[in-house]
Each structure stands twice: as C-alpha cells, then as structure tokens.
Design a protein around this ligand. Structure first.
Ligand SMILES: Cc1cc2nc3c(=O)[nH]c(=O)nc-3n(C[C@H](O)[C@H](O)[C@H](O)COP(=O)(O)OP(=O)(O)OC[C@H]3O[C@@H](n4cnc5c(N)ncnc54)[C@H](O)[C@@H]3O)c2cc1C
Length: 452
C-alpha cells in the first residue's frame, strides 16, 4: 500500500525559497550522519536554543560528537485554510505563536516556556493548559521528516510505528528536521477565572466537569498549599478591559490573589516563563529589591537555565539534585498520588494539568496500562523540590510510586530505573524494531542508556 505522506513532500516539491534552503540543510545533516557512521562516533544534536533537559545541565561540554542543527529555525508554511503548519524542528514556541497569531491561529499545545522547541516536545513530552482538549504537542502532529541513523531522509506519518516511537524517544532514533502539525483558531485575548478550593475533592470535581463538558479553551491548576487549590480556566475573547502582568509579582501568585484576569494571547501562553513558574524564588527573586536590581539578568527562563549551569544548583554535583519532573497519573489514581505526595514531599506550589490521553501512546509497554480505562490523566509537575538529607532519593521514591499507580514519569531529568524495570514501562519490542530499522548502528544511543 502506498504511504500517505502528503504535507512535507508536497511543500518541498515546490522547490522555492524556504523549501529549497530547507532541502539543502537536511541534505547537509544527512551527509554529516553518514560521515559519523564511518567514524563510529556516538552523536547528539546541537540546537540554537537551550536544552530543557535537567540532566544535561553542566554536562554539555563533555558530550560526544555534535551535529549542528542550529539553522533549523524556519517556519516553512502556514496554511490558514487547512489550519496546518510545517516548520523546522528548532523553531521555538515563542516564534511559532507570534507567527501563527497573524492568522488568528495557534498550535494545539504551547508549552509555557518560550524557548522550548517543536522537536524537543516531540522527542521529549509536552503538557499545558490546552492538554485537557488535545493532549501534548505530539498529538497534533501529522508528519515528521527525519534524518535516520543510516543518514537517510525519511518522512513518516501518523499511525506508522516510526512516527509513534519518535515521541518520547529523546533523540535516540533519529534527528527530527521538520514537523507538519495542526493549528486551532485563536482570538487576541484570553479571559481567565481563578476558582479557589480548600480541598482536593472540589478542585478535582470541577476539573472533571470541564473535561467532560469541554466548555472552555484552557485549564490548569496550582496547588499553593494543602488548603489552597486554584483551578485556572480560560477562554479566548475578542476584547479585554485591561491586560498586562505585573513585573513585581510572579504570575503563579496572581492566581491566588485575583479572581479573574485578562491577558494578550501571547502573554497568556508564556505567563509562567518570566519566573520559571516559581523557580525564580530559588534565586531570591520574589524579593522586590532583588527583582529591581537583578531582574534583567535573572528573570526569564533562559536566564535561569544559564545561571543554573553556572551555579550547578539543579545538577547532581551536590549529590542531591533538586527534583524537577512531570509525572502523568491516570485520573482514577490521582487522589492516591496526591495524598502520598503531600505526605512524602509536602512541597508547594505544585502544577496540576489535566491531560487527554486517548488512545494510549505506543511508546508505553502495552501491558503497562492493563485494566485502565482512563482517558483523562493528570500531569503533576514538581519544579525545584530541594531533597532533604534524610538518606532517601526522592526521584527514586517517585519512580516507585508512579509505577505502582500505572503512571508514567517523564524522563526530562534524573532517572534511576534498573533496566528491566524501565522496559516494564516502556515498549521495548517496538522501540527495538524501529531502532533496528532506522538506527541499526546505535549512533544516537539507546533510550535506557542515554537517560538512566
Ligand atoms: C523547569 C521545567 C519546566 C518545564 N515546563 C514545561 C511546560 O510548561 N510545558 C511543557 O510542555 N514542557 C515543559 N518542560 C519540559 C520540556 O518541554 C521538555 O523537557 C522538552 O523535551 C524540552 O524541549 P527542548 O526544545 O528544550 O529540547 P531539548 O531539551 O534540547 O531536548 C529534549 C530531548 O529531545 C531531543 N531532541 C530535541 N530536539 C530534537 C530533534 N530535532 N530531533 C531529535 N531529538 C531532539 C534531545 O536530544 C533531548 O533528548 C519543562 C522542563 C523543565 C526543566
């Protein structure tokens, strides 16, 4: 049967401007991969924007051979009729949202950090306040163009094993060069309501109501303390009586103080970027004087990442790295998880994002979700928990609890799984099958070896 790969190839057939330049860039990368095949070096990629992998902080200079894809930062086409965008993998969500908004469109999932890239969200994972409708960015993708570990240029589309396994493959199967994905209609402003609850039950009930009713455009939650749950719901609007965020208050705090808010759509998507959610507090930046004096150098997620690299405060050089991780828990087990978290971690704020997970991803071992019927999962995002020196590894505690609850820990930071246990969660059979087809010489390293 002929494969249905239509979007990227038909664009590239036009051989005009952007697409001609793109073809040259991809061929250059394919040629470089072939050269590395001869030397036998393991390779990783070098993007224009910073990596958000916590475990790569402080290690970047020591990594193996690099393939430079810094120039893959172009949006190749936006089709407002079909609501489809084709863009290179190094395009940041900040740039993408600015461009698609010109057509009153936005991606179906926009990670809250400006410099996260399209390729990074497919190879890693993504979650944000539209995830209760659309899942992660991967779920809106139609096609990927990749350079394989054989140095071939390959296009794959939804439903194919290669396409499905590139998700959460963390760069271990090939280099994603181009992505075709869906957009949704947008308006210039977002109106937000902040609903306050003093217990998990009310907070969760409201979340389920909106998930079932699909009556709003955005939903995320922040647990400020065990007695302060805030559900943030939002919808696109054409007009706003006021807009703008206060420089002096991290946005997450506004959700507790205010009852509602209006933001420009671009500002809404990146409302947590300036303070890295609440990570800026670890630098003392909730102090107004420090904000005044050091704000331009410290605030903004990229600044914080750069500083983290200098200070190593997020790395494992201290032996006790901060916990920065997302875990995806089936809704029916989310109360169990939360109660356990409150007892063991008792660390707040905690970001809580409902996530449509339907159908289940193929990179998860098919037996792992046995018996589950949830199509709603909850992403719990723990950002910058300082591990107590009590002899326990809190990353490991999370791994055990999350697995017990048939949840998945996203591999963006420190991972301590034994290999056998890792492949109880991840789909080894399919991973190995795709790996043998597109990276038979293991140029990009194995998922377990690279991440654990
Ligand atoms: C503090 C913090 C907050 C976060 N907040 C959010 C959030 O609000 N929403 C959200 O969705 N996510 C969030 N993330 C997670 C983030 O989306 C993922 O870590 C994502 O993978 C980062 O993408 P990146 O573009 O920075 O890629 P990188 O960090 O550079 O790469 C991530 C992985 O993907 C691989 N990769 C990157 N590009 C390619 C490519 N073109 N081809 C093949 N492999 C590639 C890399 O090798 C690496 O293994 C957060 C992470 C942190 C640390």
């Amino acid at each position: 049967m002929k494969k249905k790969q239509i979007y990227i190839e038909s664009l590239l057939k036009k051989k005009t401007g952007e697409s001609a330049g793109h073809r040259q860039r991809v061929e250059r990368v394919a040629g470089q991969v072939k050269t590395f095949l001869e030397t036998g070096n393991r390779i990783s990629i070098q993007k224009a924007s910073l990596s958000h992998m916590v475990n790569s902080l402080g290690k970047r200079k020591n990594e193996a051979a690099k393939i430079n894809i810094r120039d893959f930062v172009n949006i190749l086409s936006i089709d407002p009729e079909r609501r489809i965008c084709i863009a290179e993998s190094g395009v940041t969500f900040s740039k993408l949202v600015r461009e698609t908004l010109k057509y009153n469109l936005v991606p179906k999932c926009v990670p809250e950090i400006k410099s996260i890239t399209l390729g990074g969200t497919v190879s890693g994972c993504s979650v944000e306040s539209m995830s209760f409708k659309h899942g992660g960015f991967y779920d809106s993708c139609l096609e990927f163009e990749i350079v394989t570990g054989r140095g071939d240029i390959l296009t794959c589309s939804r439903g194919e094993d290669t396409f499905e396994m590139l998700h959460a493959s963390f760069g271990t199967l090939g280099i994603i060069t181009t992505i075709a994905f869906e957009l949704v209609p947008a308006k210039p402003y977002v109106h937000l309501d902040f609903h306050k609850y003093d217990s998990l039950a009310g907070f969760q009930d409201a979340m389920v109501d909106h998930f079932t009713g699909q009556d709003i455009d955005f939903m995320d939650g922040i647990v400020h303390s065990p007695a302060q749950f805030v559900l943030c719901t939002g919808s696109f609007v054409d007009n706003a009586p006021y807009t703008g965020t206060s420089y002096w208050t991290p946005y997450y705090k506004s959700t507790l103080k205010r009852r509602q808010d209006y933001l420009r759509t671009y500002d809404y998507f990146f409302r947590y970027d300036r303070d890295g959610f609440w990570v800026s507090g670890k630098y003392g930046m909730e102090n107004k004087l420090l904000r005044l004096l050091l704000g331009p150098f410290v605030l903004g997620f990229d600044n914080m990442l750069n500083l983290a690299e200098i200070l190593f405060f997020l790395t494992n050089r201290t032996g006790k790295p901060y916990v920065i991780v997302d875990v995806l828990i089936p809704f029916t087990k989310s109360r169990d998880f939360y109660e356990w978290y409150e007892k063991e971690f008792n660390y707040f704020p905690l970001w809580v994002v409902p996530y449509r997970h339907d159908p289940y991803y193929k990179w998860v071992n098919p037996g792992f979700f046995r018996g589950l019927t949830d199509n709603l999962f909850i992403d719990f995002a723990i950002y910058a928990f300082k591990q107590p020196r009590d002899g326990r590894n809190y990353y490991r505690l999370l791994e055990e609890k999350v697995k017990e609850l048939q949840g998945v820990k996203i591999l963006i930071s420190h991972n301590f799984y034994q290999e056998e246990e890792f492949w109880e969660i991840h789909n080894k059979a399919l991973y190995d099958k795709v790996k043998s087809q597109i990276d038979p010489h293991n140029l990009f390293r194995n998922l377990y070896t690279k991440l654990c």
